[in-house]
Design a protein around this ligand. Structure first.
Ligand code: SF4
Length: 72
């Protein structure tokens, strides 16, 4: 079972601390000149869930949330 999880990023909250980038660098990125991080992709596989949950907990601005894309 490998449910896809949707990643939500609230850019109005993000203060570009970059914690999420260090945890999941292939999901979050800080492009040069961007005031916030951006999503490289908007969904992650189930086996990346632990890292994504860690990023949610670690974000000082509580800018990251998780949605369930599909459940089979
Ligand atoms: S950890 Fe949160 S505040 Fe920091 S860059 Fe990521 S989303 Fe933005």
């Amino acid at each position: 079972m490998s449910d896809k999880l949707t990643v939500h990023l609230d850019t109005a909250r993000c203060s570009s601390y970059g914690v999420c980038v260090s945890i999941l660098p292939d999901v979050f990125d800080t492009p040069p000149g961007s005031p916030t991080v951006v999503l490289v992709r908007e969904s992650v596989d189930g086996d990346e869930r632990d890292d994504l949950e860690e990023a949610v907990r670690a974000c000082p601005a509580q800018a990251i949330s998780i949605g369930l894309e599909s459940q089979t």
